[in-house]
Ligand binder design. Structure first.
Ligand code: PLP
Length: 378
């Protein structure tokens, strides 16, 4: 039986989401813009999903805009957020450990004359709210920082940053990439006080290719994709009804036990930390507050060798961000971790479907891998 511990890269689609997608494809296949009954059925599916996601976010349904993925949400928030605050200036505050959807978008903007301040990193890859607030200038137009880092599980205090922006009387927009945080925090994400929040379906047991952007009421965000009047004229393109419906169904399936699931994941993480610390000498465990992400360094071993060993045993983990296939982790490098820790780092991502038995098997296998690889001539 496969043991899947790569849930920060993507998750299995839950039964409820798959059924919702099938229903939308076979029964609700109309175009939500069509006024006839089949079109209205499709529109009702989109409305229902929007309400479910809004409830999970703590927002109003009209503040949720569907996109094709977390990457699109990030691109839209940054590019259009800066347009919305053009009158302030061209200064952006961010960090070097953001997802590449943020880093690459900012890089392109810097080439067009924007200026970025990357705030310093803390030991878990998060940033300090004080540093962010101190970096705010009169010409700061946008602050974009992730809520939970996808490689380290470090949590940035977005709520404190939102308060600091207000206290400084800055009109800069606050965007947070909460792709790894959606349904993984004990509070609803809008309580953070950000203006723009990116989320993605495939990290919460919905299919790939569906995301959303929360746009706080009152923020006038220019559209990113131009065309039809879908999503109240803000995001053109015929709605991906099966994916949207599946996203809503995945949220509905998760929400009633969301806190128990978080606790379960945190217990799995703790079990891993306790066992590996006790059983593998020199293991580097990165402490972080997210319940579902754990970064482990095995100095003097190489990540890909460990991954291959575990793969052979049917245990699936990763080296870090799936988007940086086979390259060194720029996140751990930016955090200035010793080279041998970065070279031997692996990332675990837990889900509510993982069990204690799976974690015990993983720990047994990692110890076995460590002991046998360590002995092998390199
Ligand atoms: N932001 C973070 C923090 C992520 O972990 C990911 C996915 O790995 C993304 C953005 C991109 O989301 P998507 O794969 O839906 O484009």
């Amino acid at each position: 039986m496969a043991i899947y511990l790569d849930n920060a890269a993507t998750t299995n689609v839950c039964k409820e989401a798959a059924e919702a997608a099938l229903y939308a494809m076979t029964e609700g296949y109309g175009n939500p813009s069509s006024t006839h009954a089949i079109g209205r059925t499709a529109a009702a599916l989109v409305d229902k999903a929007r309400k479910s996601i809004a409830e999970a976010m703590g927002s109003r349904p009209q503040e949720i805009f569907f996109t094709s993925c977390g990457t699109e949400s990030d691109n839209w928030a940054i590019v259009s957020g800066l347009k919305a605050r053009k009158f302030l200036g061209k200064h952006i505050i961010s960090s070097q450990v953001e997802h590449s959807a943020v880093i690459k978008t900012i890089e392109a903007l810097v080439n067009e004359g924007y200026e970025v301040t990357n705030v310093p990193l803390q030991a878990d890859g998060s940033v300090s709210a004080d540093d962010v607030i101190e970096a705010i200038r009169p010409d700061t137009a946008l602050i974009t920082l992730m809520t939970i880092n996808n490689e380290t599980g470090g949590v940035t205090d977005i709520a404190a940053i939102a308060k600091g922006i207000k206290a400084k009387k800055s009109r800069a927009l606050l965007h947070t990439d909460a792709v790894q945080a959606f349904l993984k925090t004990p509070y609803k994400l809008t309580e953070l006080g950000a203006d723009l929040i990116s989320i993605s379906g495939h990290k919460i047991h919905a299919p790939k290719g569906i995301g959303a952007l929360y746009v706080k009421s009152g923020v006038v965000l220019p559209s990113f994709l131009k065309g039809g009047e879908q999503e109240r004229g803000k995001r053109a393109g015929t709605e991906a009804v099966p994916l949207i419906s599946a996203f809503g169904a995945a949220v509905d399936a998760a929400l009633p036990t969301v806190l128990e699931s978080q606790q379960h994941m945190a217990e799995l993480k703790k079990l891993c930390v306790d066992r590996l610390t006790a059983e593998i000498p020199n293991v580097e465990i990165m402490k972080s507050d997210a319940p579902h992400i754990l970064n482990i360094g095995l100095p003097r071993l190489r990540s890909e060798v460990i991954l291959n060993y575990l793969d052979g045993k049917g245990i699936f983990i990763s080296m870090g961000s799936a988007c940086k296939l086979r390259s060194r982790s720029y996140v751990l490098d930016a955090m200035k971790l010793p080279k041998e820790v970065v070279d031997g780092s692996i990332r675990l991502g837990f889900s509510r479907y993982n069990t204690i038995e799976e974690i015990n098997t993983f720990c047994d296998s990692l110890k076995e891998a460590h002991d046998s690889l360590f002995k092998a001539p390199r």
